[in-house]
Ligand binder design. Structure first.
Ligand code: GSH
Length: 204
């Protein structure tokens, strides 16, 4: 059976959303960074980085949220959540790497400095700078989802899930989407999927 390590209020959310999209049964092991769980020697033996998520799929251990989602989608959702064509597969990687390298740091930093840190520790100027940095990638996203409903075309795939899960931090980060309305609509379409809602329920 699939095991997912990590709490839903972490990047493990991405993996839980994926598992729910695929209708996979899984055992949830709520490793929490807040109580030192990610530094526990038993957990470090599974993921020496001391981060979540990690999965154990019948003895196959894998970490890094994007790699995990690409693996799960390819293994259990080929032809639906994972594309068949090599070119579409490559575009799936493109969007996943793009999300991690162009968006993840600024949106996370903005969320910390506008919502998560104690007020006296927040750096408003840094958050504003991060929001400005997101301007160009969000325009790129906007132009693509203006031409088709999802990143690879007509259907929701792991490419959408991976990018939308990174951008799920945009709301608490109070990122202004008014200049990118198509990207806002796309994000809403992704976030309203039953599997995304079910994964968000686990964050409560
Ligand atoms: N690049 C990794 C980052 C994982 C990561 O940093 N996870 C955070 C939680 S969202 C974590 O485990 N932090 C706790 C720690 O480092 O102890 C991924 O995408 O899986």
């Amino acid at each position: 059976m699939l095991k997912i390590y990590g709490i839903a209020r972490s990047r493990a959310f991405r993996t839980m959303w994926m598992a729910k999209e695929l209708g996979l049964d899984y055992e949830h092991i709520p490793i929490n960074f807040a109580d030192g769980g990610t530094r526990d020697p038993e957990y470090l033996a599974i993921n020496p980085n001391g981060h979540v998520p990690t999965i154990d799929d019948d003895g196959f251990v894998l970490w890094e949220s994007m790699a995990i989602n690409l693996y799960l989608a390819k293994k259990y959702g080929r032809g639906t959540l994972y594309p068949i064509l090599f070119e579409d597969e490559a575009r799936t990687w493109q969007w996943s790497f793009w999300g991690m390298t162009e968006l993840e740091r600024p949106v996370l930093t903005a969320m910390f400095n506008r919502a998560l840190l104690p007020e006296d520790k927040r750096d408003a100027a840094l958050a504003d700078q991060c929001e400005r940095e997101m301007g160009r990638p969000l325009m790129v996203l906007d132009s693509v989802v203006a031409a088709s409903p999802y990143l690879l075309g007509e259907h929701f795939t792991v490419a959408d899930l991976n990018v939308a899960s990174i951008l799920s931090w945009a709301r608490p980060a109070r990122i202004d989407f008014s200049a990118v309305p198509k990207a806002a609509d796309w994000l809403k379409r992704c976030a309203e999927r039953p599997a995304a809602r079910a994964a968000r329920e686990l964050q409560r």
